[in-house]
Ligand binder design. Structure first.
Ligand SMILES: C[S@@+](CC[C@H](N)C(=O)[O-])C[C@H]1O[C@@H](n2cnc3c(N)ncnc32)[C@H](O)[C@@H]1O
Length: 290
């Protein structure tokens, strides 16, 4: 570590090299995000002023965050926030980082809620820091939104995001649907979930950022990854109104199977939506009662 003044351009080069050597996927972008965070600008302003001389304090901060990232801590944990469908959400240890593909899951729930043509009741199961529930609340302002979450740490982040955004979501602690008031039975229009769906054996194959830092309980889905998905399929009919929708995110290799399962257990209009990378990810089905 040097304490001499250093120009931003050089700092970025050194940081990028350190992140690349550590095996980070996007070393240049990550170095720029971290510098922008410390200097209070954005990536463009960082790139526009390579001649800027950092104060010793700024350099120390950049170096400390780069060291965390080089230890493969997720960038979102290092920066403390992530942007999801235009909402800046707080995030940190103990909670899964919302992913871009989940924006599509939220979009499908929002589409279904808007298409209803009346006030929708929406439940987000396993809300984490709240990205889906908060997006629904933001984009369908008259929706009545409930969110359940079993992890106390994740609920802590969700509570921060509720306070930060001022959006109205009823956050309930507990297992899947257990915390819902019985009066909601048969009265929910949309159930949306991004449940844990990684097959147990695949956990070891995940990148260090995920495997070493993100909570296991947010990932692990049993031998074929579908333990929680199957529980959802079993319990959803008790809560959905006739004509209501289940919207569930799964792994790309699971979408076809889950779509077929939905049809087998009596859902109609089963559809699969692809994520931004073109992978089949979001499965939907309509519950018309038995
Ligand atoms: C894949 S993460 C998704 C988090 C967030 N919805 C998102 O999309 O970023 C799954 C979440 O479900 C929660 N979870 C796992 N099992 C649960 C259960 N049985 N009941 C309620 N929440 C559960 C985990 O704690 C985790 O926050």
């Amino acid at each position: 570590m040097t304490t001499d003044p250093q120009m931003l351009g050089e700092t970025l080069k050194v940081a990028e090299a350190k992140l690349e050597a550590a095996g980070c996927d996007t070393p240049r972008g990550d170095a720029q995000w971290i510098a922008a965070y410390v200097l209070g600008g954005n990536r463009t302003s960082v790139l526009a002023h390579p001649e800027r001389v950092l104060t010793p304090d700024e350099r120390k901060q950049v170096e400390s965050l780069i060291t965390r990232r080089a230890g493969r801590e997720p960038l979102a944990y290092v920066l403390g926030t992530v942007v999801f469908r235009g909402l800046e959400l707080e995030i940190g240890p103990g909670c899964l980082v919302p992913r871009p593909e989940t924006e599509v899951t939220a979009e499908r729930a929002i589409f279904r809620a808007r298409a209803l043509g009346r006030r929708a009741t929406v439940v987000d199961v396993g809300t984490g820091c709240g990205p889906i529930a908060l997006s629904v609340a933001a984009e369908v302002p008259d929706a009545r939104v409930f969110a359940t979450e079993i992890s106390g740490a994740a609920r802590g982040w969700c509570l921060r995001n509720l306070a930060r955004t001022g959006l109205r979501v009823t956050l309930l602690p507990g297992d899947l649907f257990d915390p819902l008031h019985p009066a909601l039975g048969g009265a929910v229009d949309i159930i949306v979930s991004n449940p844990p769906y990684i097959a147990d054996d695949d956990i070891a194959l995940l990148p260090d950022e995920v495997r070493k830092f993100e909570p296991r309980d947010a990932l692990k889905g049993g031998p074929d990854g579908l333990d929680v998905v199957m529980r959802l399929l079993e319990e959803v009919p008790r809560w959905l109104a006739v004509g209501g929708w289940l919207v569930v995110e799964v792994g790309a290799d699971q979408a076809e199977k889950v779509g077929k399962l939905l049809e087998m257990v009596g859902y109609t209009e089963a559809t699969v939506t692809h994520d931004l990378a073109g992978r089949p990810r979001v499965v939907e089905g309509r519950w018309m009662g038995v």
